[in-house]
Design a protein around this ligand. Structure first.
Ligand code: FE
Length: 197
């Protein structure tokens, strides 16, 4: 339903909104779930923000064993930190001095909502979705991110049953910072890969 809301004209969005409330009402009437369930779920959705992804990145920076587990199975590593990711497969992409990762969903707007919350508008735009795969270096420049030619840029296209999150490079000179302070350095856009830290 969220993805259907992400595109289309004002008219079609109005249509989907009406369809959504009609279905919601019907399912509540049929006893599939209650109004309180809906409220709880909406609250849970609103509580998801990039701070969750940042927590995971900071842990990976300070704990090499955790990082290895996160790269092997992102979902299980997130669950270790008490971050529920649900049935979707989470894949963590590690940046290195030679490789920079960027995520996109060329088809619609798949996004690691469980760790980053709602996607920014530009992530869902046709402009970003179509161009970042063709000319990633140029698109990143528009975000103010200059990736040297010697660094490979890899663009990862999300699919319906899995999500990507970037593990950015730990900035130099942060050896003395606590895990909590490190997490504060991690921005939403760096987890998508359009900016560096
Ligand atoms: Fe999608």
């Amino acid at each position: 339903m969220n993805d259907a809301n992400d595109s289309g004209t004002e008219d079609s969005r109005g249509y989907y909104r009406r369809l959504q409330s009609a279905i919601e009402e019907l399912l509540i009437l049929k006893g599939v779930f209650t109004g309180a369930d809906v409220e709880r779920e909406v609250k849970a959705m609103d509580s998801r923000n990039p701070g969750r992804g940042a927590t995971m990145v900071a842990r990976a920076w300070v704990d090499p064993a955790f990082k290895a587990r996160a790269l092997q199975n992102g979902s299980a590593a997130a669950e270790e930190l008490g971050l529920a990711v649900g049935p979707l497969r989470l894949i963590v992409l590690e940046d290195t001095p030679r490789l920079h990762n960027v995520i996109v969903c060329t088809l619609c707007s798949c996004y690691p909502r469980m760790l980053l919350g709602l996607p920014p508008e530009w992530y869902k735009s046709r402009n970003y979705r179509s161009r970042v795969v063709r000319e990633p270096r140029k698109v990143l420049q528009e975000f103010g991110t200059h990736i040297p030619d010697a660094v490979e840029i890899r663009v990862h296209d999300s699919t319906a049953d899995m999500r990507y999150m970037v593990l950015p490079l730990r900035p130099a000179g942060t050896g003395h910072l606590s895990e909590e302070r490190l997490a504060q350095l991690v921005t939403r856009d760096s987890l998508i890969g359009v900016t560096l830290i």
